[in-house]
Design a protein around this ligand. Sequence first.
Ligand code: MG
Ligand code: ZN
Length: 226
Amino acid sequence: MVRLKEVVEAEEGEVYDIELEADLLEANRRLAEKNRELLQRYDVKAIDIMGAIGSGKTSLIEKMVQALTGKYRIAAFKGDLTTTIDAERIERHGAKTVTITTGKECHLDANLVGKALQRLDLKEIDLLLIENVGNLICPAEFPLGADQRAVVVSVTEGPYMVIKHPFIFIDADVVAINKMDLADAMGVDMKKLASDVKRTNPKAKVALTNCRSGEGVKEVIDALQL
Ligand code: MG
Ligand code: ZN
């Protein structure tokens, strides 16, 4: 095979955490199923919202809470390494919010979400919006027990975010391509990003958004059938 550049590739078993990983992922899947059963028992819809740092996950959640309060009783989980800044932003709009601080962990897992579920009175909630830790890589491997998964990707992350991170998009039900107001300034073609998503996962529904102004958020809500 001809390579244009030198590439160092990890061989099978060479990445240090790989043996740990198989057990860990299986344990996570079992706990995710428990979360799913619990949420179904109380008729709570849950959405796992993933995306890179600064892509606009919190802004999307704020706008969704604004639009859907009245239709649903909403709670939010906010995964963060250490702070409660995002939770405070979401709570201002009236949703009960639980911060899940992960320390150094770069994704939420089903165990942490299960613990956070114990903090909610699920009888009082119809919709749970879960903001994952800002990361486009490992959240894909850790299902949480949510009904649907959404990914936010913004034009300020550049033109290759989708094709560079296929796994998170393969699993996504809905993808918001955010910061549409900055697309021209960034020289990023939103249609190209949208077609990259469709090529990676033809079943994903794509919405173009500006989550700061709220433009396109209704399309996300419709795509999630909320
Ligand atoms: Mg955030
Ligand atoms: Zn991680």
